[in-house]
Design a protein around this ligand. Structure first.
Ligand SMILES: O=C(O)C[C@@H](Cc1ccccc1)[C@H](O)SCc1ccccc1
Ligand SMILES: [Zn+2]
Length: 170
């Protein structure tokens, strides 16, 4: 399992670098990310959240008990967004126990490389669309709290910083 960085952390603000070649090392990193995500538990994880500044992420929105269908997404690019938006109360493994309503396009089309380095196109809606956009924000160093009021964002980051200081002090 890989340690998940907790905000506030300047590393989480990194703009991640594209993956040149999908090597066995990249595939191993994706597998480690997926295992870490399931254990959290979460339904998505971006590489920067475990300190790897590469434009790649894993997602599995299957609920417990359903058969897992992991997505390995490398160098994703949004190619279309719907006109209508949807509101969703988002969380983040890097901001544990904090949630806020975020408005995003209801549907997106994304082109990306899969774990074999093959070009893929995905049309996402519902929770998958929310998660995909949330993870792709991470690749730009953007957290879901960057979409809410500065007041609420600062309150959340101040609380997390206090908890981090307590954790290291104890
Ligand atoms: O930290 C992350 O990026 C993973 C998030 C992804 C996510 C956030 C908001 C909405 C959808 C996905 C974690 O999975 S947060 C835990 C979670 C689990 C189920 C549904 C929503 C959030
Ligand atoms: Zn997140």
């Amino acid at each position: 399992l890989l340690p998940i960085l907790i905000a506030p952390d300047p590393v989480l603000e990194t703009v991640s670098t594209p993956v040149d070649t999908v090597t066995d090392e990249v595939r191993q990193q994706l597998d480690d990310m997926l295992e870490t995500m399931y254990a959290a538990p979460g339904i998505g994880l971006a590489a920067i959240q475990v300190g790897i500044p590469k434009r790649m992420l894993v997602i599995d929105v299957a609920r417990d008990g359903e058969d897992k269908q992991p997505l390995y997404i490398i160098n994703p690019e949004i190619t279309w967004v719907s006109d209508d938006d949807q509101l969703y109360e988002e969380g983040c493994l890097s901001l544990p126990e904090h949630y806020a309503e975020v408005e995003r396009p209801a549907e997106v089309k994304v082109s990306y490389l899969d774990r074999n380095g093959e070009k893929q196109e995905l049309h996402a809606e519902g929770l998958l669309a929310v998660c995909l956009q949330h993870e792709m924000d991470h690749l730009e160093g953007i957290l879901f709290v960057d979409h809410i009021s500065a007041l609420k964002r600062n309150m959340i980051l101040r609380k997390l910083l206090k908890q981090k200081r307590l954790a290291t002090a104890s």
